[in-house]
Design a protein around this ligand. Structure first.
Ligand code: MN
Ligand code: MN
Length: 461
C-alpha cells in the first residue's frame, strides 16, 4: 500500500460540515435554525421553556400522564413538573423492561435573580439588588440591555407573569459600569474583582414623584409596577424575578453561519430534543425527553435532575405498562445533551486543540466532563461510547469528540452523573459554544442541526 492508501485507511480525517453539504441539507438546516431561533425568542427561563413545551406537546398529541393510565405503543405523554421542568415520553413497541432511550437537557441558564428584598433607592436612583445564578463573569453584565422575566405570587393568592424589556416599545434595564476616565483603581483589579456581586444592581428609574420624602424615585417605580401588575413591595418575597439579556436570537457573521443568543446553554439541546420527540412515530424502545431545571447550580431541588420527579414519572410509565423501574433503568441509555466549549483561536492556550470540539464539525461527544482528574464526571465506558458512535454512524449524523479545555484549566459538569447514578448508561454530547455563559453565546447552525439529527437517532435506536 502507498502511504496515501495507508493514511486513508488508518488515520482520522475529520471534515468541516460544509465540505459536502447539499442544497437540500442546507435548506433543512436553515429552516430548523429559524424554528430554534423563534423558540429562543419565546423562552429565556426554564419556566418559559416549560410553558412553551407543554403547549407545543399538547398540539402534537401529547397528553398529561395520569398514574394508572392505560398506555399503548405510540402513545404520547408528558408531565409538567411544577412549571419548572418537563418530561415527555413516546411509548415504544418493545417491553418497558427492555429500557428506554432518554435524552436529558436543561433549560435554566446563568442570570441575575432578584434578591428577596430587592428594591432600594440610593442618591435618587432606584435599583433592584440581584444575586447571580450559575457561573457568570460578572464584568460581562454591566452596560448591556437587560430584561425582567418571571412570576410574582401576590398576597391574594393570584400569580402574575412579568416580562419587561423584550417588546420594542418596552424600556430595558442596565447595570452601570465605571467610566474609563476614573477607572485607575478598578483597572488594576483582576477580572474577577473588577465588578463584584454586590455591584450587580439594576437601574430602575430616576424620576421622583412630586412631594416630600427620600424614597420618591423608588415609590414612583413601585407605583408603575403596581399599575401594570398589581404588585406591592411585600410581594417580592414570593416572586421569581430574574434579569436576563434583552433581545432576540440573531444570525451572526457576514455569512450568517452562527446564531447569537442568550442561553443556548442548554436550550439549544433542549429544543433539538423537543423537535425530534415530536417527529417520532412508534419507536422500538420508549423514547423519553427531560428538560431539567437547576443544572447551572448543581441539578439540585425539586425540579433539578437529582429530583425524584424523574423517577416518579418513569415509575408511573412502568406501572402502566406492567414493568419494573429498576429493570427499565438498568437497560436504558441516556444521552446527556448539553453544550461544550468550541475551540476559540483567541484563547487557544486554554485548550488541547487536538481534543477540543470545533465549530461546524457536528455534535460533540464527551466521554467525560468534570474537573482535574475527571472529578464530577460519569466517565462513559468504551461500550457506551461505541453505542453512540454506532447509532450516529448508522443515522449519518456528523459528530466529533470533545473535552472541556486543557486538563487542570477548569472544567464543568452536566446532568450525566445523576443519570448514571440511577443505573442508566449515560454519555454526554452537545453543541459546541463560543463564549459560554456570556450574555451572548454563539453556536454554529450546522452543529445545531446535527444535534437535532443526533437526538432523533438516539430515540429511534
Ligand atoms: Mn449546560
Ligand atoms: Mn452551563
Amino acid at each position: 500500500m502507498t502511504n496515501e492508501e495507508l493514511r486513508n485507511s488508518l488515520l482520522r480525517a475529520p471534515k468541516n460540515g460544509y465540505a459536502e453539504m447539499t442544497d437540500e441539507q442546507r435548506k433543512a438546516m436553515n429552516d430548523y435554525c429559524k424554528r430554534y431561533a423563534a423558540f429562543m425568542d419565546a423562552c429565556k427561563t426554564e419556566r418559559e421553556a416549560t410553558a412553551w413545551t407543554v403547549e407545543a406537546a399538547e398540539r402534537n398529541g401529547f397528553k398529561a400522564l395520569v398514574p394508572g393510565m392505560q398506555l399503548q405503543p405510540g402513545d404520547r405523554v408528558y408531565r409538567n413538573n411544577r412549571d419548572k421542568s418537563i418530561m415527555l415520553a413516546v411509548i415504544g413497541s418493545a417491553p418497558i423492561n427492555d429500557g428506554a432511550n432518554i435524552c436529558a437537557a436543561h433549560t435554566d441558564s446563568p442570570r441575575m435573580d432578584l434578591k428577596p428584598n430587592p428594591m432600594y433607592e440610593d442618591s435618587e436612583i432606584a435599583y433592584f439588588k440581584t444575586h447571580y445564578y450559575g457561573g457568570i463573569k460578572k464584568y460581562q453584565w454591566p452596560t448591556v440591555a437587560l430584561a425582567i422575566h418571571g412570576v410574582v405570587c401576590k398576597a391574594d393568592g393570584t400569580k402574575v407573569t412579568v416580562t419587561i424589556g423584550e417588546d420594542d416599545n418596552d424600556p430595558v434595564l442596565v447595570v452601570s459600569d465605571l467610566l474609563i476616565h476614573l477607572s485607575a483603581d478598578q483597572m488594576k483589579k483582576t477580572l474577577a474583582e473588577g465588578i463584584v456581586a454586590e455591584q450587580l444592581n439594576v437601574i430602575l428609574g430616576t424620576e421622583p414623584l412630586q412631594g416630600e420624602g427620600s424614597d420618591l424615585v423608588k415609590l414612583h417605580v413601585m407605583k408603575l409596577l403596581n399599575e401594570k401588575y398589581g404588585i406591592v413591595e411585600d410581594d417580592f418575597c414570593s416572586a421569581e424575578l430574574t434579569i436576563v439579556p434583552a433581545g432576540k436570537c440573531r444570525e451572526v457573521g457576514l455569512d450568517r453561519s452562527l446564531l447569537g443568543a442568550y442561553g443556548h446553554d442548554d436550550r439549544v439541546c433542549a429544543y433539538a430534543q423537543i423537535e425530534s420527540m415530536f417527529s417520532l412515530g412508534t419507536p422500538k424502545h420508549t423514547a423519553v425527553c427531560i428538560l431539567a431545571d437547576k443544572e447551572e447550580i448543581g441539578s439540585v431541588g425539586v425540579s433539578g435532575m437529582k429530583s425524584q420527579a424523574f423517577d416518579t414519572f418513569m415509575q408511573d410509565i412502568c406501572d402502566s405498562l406492567g414493568g419494573s423501574l429498576n429493570r427499565c433503568f438498568e437497560n436504558s441509555f441516556c444521552l446527556s445533551a448539553d453544550v461544550t466549549n468550541a475551540f476559540d483561536p483567541n484563547f487557544a492556550e486554554t485548550c488541547d486543540k487536538r481534543n477540543n470540539s470545533l465549530l461546524n464539525y457536528g455534535i460533540a461527544i464527551a466521554k467525560y466532563t468534570g474537573a482535574r482528574g475527571k472529578s464530577g464526571a460519569s466517565d462513559a465506558s468504551a461500550e457506551a461510547m461505541f453505542h453512540v458512535r454506532k447509532v450516529f454512524g448508522d443515522a449519518n449524523v456528523q459528530w466529533q469528540t470533545a473535552t472541556m479545555g486543557k486538563v487542570d484549566q477548569g472544567g464543568g459538569g452536566t446532568v450525566a452523573a445523576y443519570m448514571a447514578n440511577r443505573n442508566i448508561v449515560t454519555v454526554d454530547a452537545g453543541v459546541p459554544v463560543l463564549c459560554m455563559h456570556a450574555p451572548m453565546e454563539l453556536v454554529s447552525k450546522f452543529d445545531c442541526y446535527t444535534t437535532l439529527l443526533a437526538c432523533k437517532a438516539i430515540y429511534e435506536a
